[in-house]
Design a protein around this ligand. Structure first.
Ligand SMILES: NC(=O)c1ccc[n+]([C@@H]2O[C@H](COP(=O)([O-])OP(=O)(O)OC[C@H]3O[C@@H](n4cnc5c(N)ncnc54)[C@H](OP(=O)(O)O)[C@@H]3O)[C@@H](O)[C@H]2O)c1
Length: 334
């Protein structure tokens, strides 16, 4: 085994602000804890929560690194006490509560998964955050079933591109919303039957018509604001609406009569602060049910672009302006 260096390149948030506050610097390697592994990072995924953290609105949970980055892929460089299922040298992709924008990152062993067959580090690093989130919210919380209809708002986000493919792969009729004709075309290419450009059309009207007036069984929403009431209007009887963010605002006025009349369930969750055992259970379900689809190529991450780790600021600027799918950072250069 190669000796570990004493310090590493990381991207830190120098102060709350725009993409330019992401600064390369050097820090000591994180200390290894029981039940965790140290990963030599070959690629790190970029996600919207990283941008919220950078702006100062999404602090890391207690005990998590202040370095941004919620998913990494690489080789196990060291293992903590009590880790039996992994060995030094294993290639893993991991969901982490922070610390991904770095050359080395700690991960709970239970949040690590092997690379799907034929994958490289970039594609493997693009998986955990969106696949854990979509699995947990769409299939566990909202219990989407084959034959039901499903709508994801923000269809070309990292979350959206994953949700469209998984819902389709598990037999749902899939609908999406997105903010341009190009993004709608990308949603359809991924498996959405109808993609609504919300800047030009009312998604409630379009999707009520697409479902013969019945409405949509499960809605995954990251927008909130006035979408809350519109989701209630669109939902089918016994529909489930899962809130994973409020990009359009966390306060809303809604006709709650619809909630009662249609027996809707409106729920939500945040993955990052959940305990290691909860994440390990999702990892096990993904390994069992989704990793075979990734290895077979019937579901795949959509990579928008790959950038060197020290250009994380550029990655965030792209995240906040225009992208389709995932942006991935690579230590040592893309
Ligand atoms: N709760 C959880 O556990 C959890 C976990 C992971 C992610 N998330 C959240 O899920 C969301 C998606 O994450 P991501 O990394 O996939 O994001 P992303 O790739 O950055 O995409 C965000 C998308 O949201 C749309 N959007 C942005 N601002 C909007 C607004 N004001 N109104 C409507 N749409 C807007 C944009 O698409 P258009 O151009 O089409 O509008 C963009 O494609 C984020 O809000 C993130 O915080 C939550």
């Amino acid at each position: 085994m190669t000796a570990l260096p004493s310090d590493m390149l990381v991207i830190e948030i120098s102060r709350p602000g725009g993409p330019e506050v992401l600064q390369p610097t050097r820090r000591p390697l994180p200390a290894l804890s029981d039940g965790e592994v140290l990963i030599a990072v070959e690629a790190a995924g970029v996600n919207r929560p990283d941008a919220l953290q950078r702006q100062g609105g999404y602090p890391p949970p207690p005990g998590a690194s202040d370095i941004p980055g919620l998913e990494v892929a690489g080789r196990v460089a060291a293992i903590g006490a009590g880790v039996r299922q992994l060995a030094v040298g294993d290639r893993v992709t991991a969901l982490v509560a922070g610390g991904g924008y770095a050359e080395y990152c700690m991960a709970p062993a239970g949040s690590c998964l092997p690379w799907p067959e034929g994958y490289d580090a970039v594609r493997a690093a693009a998986l955990p955050e969106t696949f854990f989130t979509v699995w947990s919210n769409v299939f566990d919380r909202a219990r989407l079933q084959a034959g039901e209809s499903f709508l994801v708002h923000g269809g070309t986000s990292g979350i959206g591109t994953t949700a469209i493919q998984l819902a389709r792969a598990f037999g749902a009729r899939v609908f999406a919303t997105a903010g341009s004709a190009e993004k709608c075309a990308a949603c359809r290419q991924l498996g959405a039957e109808v993609a609504v450009n919300y800047r030009e059309e009312d998604f409630v009207t379009v999707l009520k018509a697409a479902t013969g007036g019945r409405g949509v069984d499960v809605i995954l929403d990251m927008v909130g604001g006035d979408y809350v009431d519109r989701n209630y209007e669109l939902a089918a009887v016994d529909g489930r609406i899962v809130q994973i963010a409020f990009l359009g605002g966390a306060k809303a006025t809604a006709n709650f009569g619809r909630l009662m009349q249609k027996r809707l369930v409106h729920t939500g969750s945040t993955l990052r602060p959940r305990e290691a055992a909860f994440k390990a259970a999702i990892a096990a379900s993904l390994h069992d049910k989704v990793w075979p689809l990734l290895s077979a190529g019937s579901v795949a991450p959509v990579i928008d672009r790959v950038l060197p780790l020290d250009r994380a600021a550029e990655a965030h600027a792209a995240l906040e302006t225009d992208h389709i799918g995932k942006i991935v950072l690579v230590p040592g250069g893309a």
